[in-house]
Write a protein that binds this ligand. Structure first.
Ligand code: SAM
Length: 239
């Protein structure tokens, strides 16, 4: 239980009281992911060795901004092997959480994992973000959007901000080298109706890749209907 004690102390530093049941859910998820990863490639073999130290400790940094005594409608874009979306569902028990990924094997895994862990507040959407956000039922309907390791800040801001209600926030998980990305994303963020409210740097305490950043973007104006554009335009024609 040493790894779970470490996660508990990280959460305590964010002011979060975590229950044994929730730590047990992280434990069940780790074992399930490792077993699933042996037949379906979700995370690299090296990363599979660092699920607690790297992926869980990084995932829970949303606790800097989101509190368990509140109820949010959350969308995680590009959830992959479940980071940070499974941690959101475990810790934010009053919230409704959606995992969006364009790859069916990833959303199938998350759906199966949620059932296995007993997370009733986690659902999946298997589709592309740039298509889903043009649908009326999803557009400007979320309190919070998160994304970890999905494109650069300009690209992911164009995908994420159209999903947010006015006053909602986008939490973008970034590596150490965030300054250039922020500079290059300024125009996109403004066009999408957002503005950067905070940048939070933290340390995972690992030997490499240890400095991480969260960029918090607030939705202040409605996003024009033309956005997001097709993924090839987002990629090839930065705003
Ligand atoms: N968030 C996870 C993490 O931190 O480990 C996975 C990151 S993985 C590098 C990126 C994921 O984003 C992939 O699973 C991919 O299928 C998904 N993805 C990329 N572009 C997408 C899009 N436009 N819409 C939905 N999912 C997308």
């Amino acid at each position: 239980m040493i790894k779970s004690e470490n996660l508990k102390s990280v959460l305590t530093n964010y002011g979060v009281e975590v229950y044994e049941k929730q730590l047990a859910q992280f434990d069940v998820f780790e074992k399930y992911l490792r077993e699933y990863n042996s037949h379906t490639n979700l995370v690299s073999a090296k990363d599979a060795e660092l699920i607690w130290e790297k992926h869980f400790v990084d995932s829970v940094s949303f606790c800097r901004y989101l509190k368990n005594n509140k109820s949010y409608k959350i969308l995680d874009i590009g959830s992959g092997g479940g980071f940070p979306v499974v941690a959101e569902a475990i810790l934010l028990t009053s919230s409704t959480v959606f995992a969006l990924d364009s790859t069916a094997k990833k959303t199938n895994f998350i759906k199966n994992a949620a059932e296995h862990i007993g997370l009733k507040n986690l659902s999946v959407i298997n589709d592309r973000a740039e298509d889903v956000s043009h649908r009326k039922s999803y557009r400007e309907s979320f309190d919070v959007v998160t994304a970890r390791a999905v494109g650069n800040l300009a690209q992911i801001s164009e995908l994420a901000l159209p999903f947010l209600k006015l006053g909602g926030c986008f939490i973008s998980y970034k590596s150490a080298k965030v300054t250039d990305e922020i500079f290059e994303a300024q125009n996109t963020i403004e066009i999408m109706g957002g503005s950067i409210e905070d940048v939070f740097e933290y340390n995972l305490g690992l030997e490499e890749d240890f400095i991480r950043n969260l960029v918090l973007i607030r939705k202040e104006k409605n996003t024009p209907d033309a956005y997001p554009r097709s993924f090839s335009s987002i990629k090839n024609n930065p705003l």
